[in-house]
Design a protein around this ligand. Structure first.
Ligand code: IPM
Ligand code: MN
Length: 353
């Protein structure tokens, strides 16, 4: 297969983990005889500094002409601490999602048996937790009408039936491929937008008789996720709720550095870790590259390259088993490996297989 990949390393630890994702992808493609090419493009703070735009037109073009985007992270404290900044790195990410029509963000929350002790939850609660959060990504408060002056500000949480229907459909279909259980997360006791979600979901239920659907308020879902994470199979929710719940979900596994995601919709799909740019770690070779590397697995799986995806996942599992781990997940007394060393170990594993 020919694969043209746009690589958007972004800011902070982005370039370091990106390099490992690319190396892993190259190794797998070599092994399976795929013809892969990579093209780097600017985004985030780096793009603001170089060309004054966090998602430049040229980057958009490169993304559009590619089969997939391998994205890393954007964000820089310079902008976080300046509420008057006119452009922000995060706007680049939002522009990319909107312009590429990426309305469905798939975020799997998985635990790794050998890392259960790293979870802030008791092992007996997290063991076996395995669910997917499907986050709507191009609507809601992120993109609704906004207003801001020194005394008043608002964001509008607007959803149309069409936007709700298409993301719920993704939810139902994922549930079908998994354990046939869909949880629709909303705040229908307070929000009109949530009542639309609930109404549309109830109308769709008869089309998916093999899927058990339950409805849960977002506050309750946040609680349930830490009390009984194994309850969930597929969860579907709006943009803002999904943003918050997936950060919560990511720590259940023991480290934020482990969870990948896929953003799909009408344009070129994007594969990225769910964590941010961790600017404090920039250049220190300590960031965990596994979320980025697992994003490569999701990329292969998206193109139905199952064996390729599995090889990446097996390599990641093997690295964890071999204690080839970055500092935040290393066991007491174990040697801490750097970003590059973990990446290299995984590439070597893939080449030897
Ligand atoms: C995420 C991030 C982004 C979001 C930020 C960086 C704009 O937190 O992908 O979850 O809020 O969507
Ligand atoms: Mn987030």
């Amino acid at each position: 297969m020919d694969l043209k990949i746009a690589v958007l390393p972004g800011d902070g630890i982005g370039p370091e983990i990106s390099a490992q994702g690319v190396a892993v992808m190259r190794a797998v493609c070599e092994k399976f005889g795929h013809n892969v090419s990579f093209q780097d493009a600017l985004c985030g703070a780096t793009a603001i500094e170089q060309v004054g735009d966090p998602f430049p037109e040229e980057t958009f073009q490169i993304c559009q002409e590619s089969d997939a985007v391998l994205f890393s992270a954007v964000g820089d404290p310079k902008f976080d601490n300046d509420p008057t900044a006119k452009v922000r790195p995060e706007q680049g990410l939002l522009a990319m999602r909107k312009k590429l029509g990426l309305f469905a963000n798939i975020r799997p929350v998985q635990t790794f048996a050998c890392l259960v002790h790293k979870s802030p939850l008791k092992p007996e609660l997290v063991e076996g937790a395995d669910f997917i959060c499907i986050r709507e990504l191009t609507g809601g408060m992120y993109f609704g009408e906004k207003y801001e002056d020194s005394d008043k500000a608002y964001d509008t949480n607007m959803y149309t039936r069409n936007e709700v229907e298409r993301i719920l459909k993704v939810g139902f279909e994922y549930a079908r491929k998994r354990r046939h259980h869909l949880t629709v997360v909303d705040k229908a006791n307070v929000l009109a937008s949530s009542r639309l979600w609930r109404r549309v979901a109830q109308e769709m239920e008869p089309d998916f008789p093999d899927v058990r659907v339950d409805y849960m308020y977002v506050d309750n879902a946040a609680m349930r996720m830490i009390q009984e994470p194994t309850f969930f199979d597929v969860m579907v929710t709006e943009n803002t709720f999904g943003d918050i719940l997936t950060d919560e979900g990511s720590v259940i596994s023991g480290s934020m550095g482990l969870l990948p995601s896929a953003s799909t919709g009408t344009g070129t799909p994007v594969f990225e870790p769910i964590h941010g740019s961790w600017p404090q770690a920039k250049g220190k070779n300590i960031a965990n590259p596994l979320a980025q590397i697992l994003s490569v697995a999701m990329l292969f799986e998206y193109f139905d390259l199952k064996a390729e995806g599995k090889l990446v996942r097996d390599a990641v599992d093997a690295s964890l088993e071999a204690n080839v781990r970055t500092p935040e997940i290393q066991i007491a007394g174990g040697a801490a490996y750097g970003t590059k060393e973990v990446g290299k170990w995984i590439v070597d594993y893939i080449r030897k297989k």
